[in-house]
Design a protein around this ligand. Structure first.
Ligand code: CUA
Length: 345
């Protein structure tokens, strides 16, 4: 292994300083709020820090006080008991209870503000967690198909959005640090959270509940768009996607190796042998060519990335639910990858 050549030891304070400053910025920082819920959580964070610092300083002060007074004055057992009660009941029970109640009263309105209101016309987006990727659904009106994508969440900016959350396997958690959250995603149950982005932008999000080996590789790319751009984004995905370019070369292989778990706007289902149990467990690939990353943030989407992913995904993201493709020759995987790259609206 490469040895890092370190000339002497850095001063002790440099160890925590970068960590402290790193917390102030970046696309995943709660201290850089970009939405109403996150802004309120930001103040809760500071209030909790303030209370924690005040309590710590009080405890340190008492601690130093005990050093200073070497010889305790003579006390009767009765006085001894009174002092004990004062500190145990006052400092050990009353003070923490009062601080926690004060924080609770301060924080309660934020929690209420993050609850969706029924039928007030807010945009609704469904997010379904899987080991280890995100399914994002935009339900259609009567007769329309749902727009389904993966590992990318596009939302309108400047208005509240209600997220309906669930999971298909284990508990995950939905968290967009700069917009607010987090909320657990529990299999068999729906939970909701209302978030709002102040203005258009790109935000990082990450599964916030340990959910197995690839919990770290469960990133969600969040984009807030102006209302008009959001509507256009959705409108171009609403009609069923066409077969893209190079489908003829990839069709047979896709039907044989991929279509039992992946769909492409529905039409890939026709490729699957009827005897096979058709159970969609992998991401819908309808607009895969337009997604910013592959494997929930493992690789950036660029030319040749899908074919590379198909060959090496068990090395890049060990244990992911897609079987290794060692039995399929490289040309076939490249043909499938090249075709999938053309799938964008
Ligand atoms: Cu999903 Cu951690």
């Amino acid at each position: 292994r490469h040895r890092v050549n370190c000339p002497g030891r850095p001063p002790w304070w440099t160890l925590w300083l970068p960590g402290l400053l790193a917390g102030c910025g970046g696309e995943m920082s709660i201290l850089d709020a970009a939405g109403s819920a996150a802004r309120q959580q930001f103040w809760i964070w500071w209030a909790m820090l303030g209370v924690a610092v005040a309590v710590s300083l009080g405890v340190y002060a008492l601690w130093f006080y005990t050093f200073r007074r070497r010889e305790p004055p003579p006390r009767t057992p009765r006085e001894e008991r009174r002092i004990m009660l004062r500190w145990v009941l006052g400092g050990g029970i009353a003070l923490p209870v009062a601080s926690i109640i004060a924080l609770l009263v301060f924080a309660a309105p934020t929690g209420r503000g993050m609850l969706p209101l029924p039928d007030d016309g807010a945009e609704r987006i469904e997010v379904i967690a899987h080991q280890w990727w995100w399914e994002v659904r935009y339900p259609g009106e009567e007769g329309e198909r749902d727009v389904v994508t993966a590992n990318r969440l596009v939302m309108p900016a400047g208005e509240p959005v209600d997220f309906r959350l669930t999971s298909t396997d284990v508990i995950h958690a939905f968290w967009i640090p700069r917009l607010g959250g987090k909320r657990d995603m529990i299999p068999g149950r729906y939970s909701s959270v209302r978030l709002e982005a102040d203005s258009p932008g790109v935000f990082g999000a990450q599964c916030a509940e340990y959910c197995g080996a690839q919990h770290t590789h469960m990133l969600l790319h969040v984009e807030a768009l102006e209302r008009g751009d959001y509507d256009a984004w959705l409108a171009e995905r609403r009609p069923p996607p066409g077969p893209g370019e190079g489908f003829a070369e990839a069709k047979e292989a896709f039907g044989e190796h991929c279509a039992a778990c992946h769909t492409v706007g529905g039409f890939a289902e026709e490729l699957v042998d009827d005897d096979l149990e058709h159970d969609i467990r992998g991401p819908d690939l309808s607009d895969i060519g337009s997604r910013p990353t592959l494997g929930a943030g493992v690789l950036p989407m660029e030319e040749g990335a899908i074919a590379y992913w198909l060959q090496h995904h068990q090395t890049l993201k060990p244990g992911n639910r897609m079987p290794a493709h060692d039995h399929i020759d490289t040309e076939t995987l490249q043909a499938i990858g090249a075709w999938l790259e053309t799938l964008e609206p």
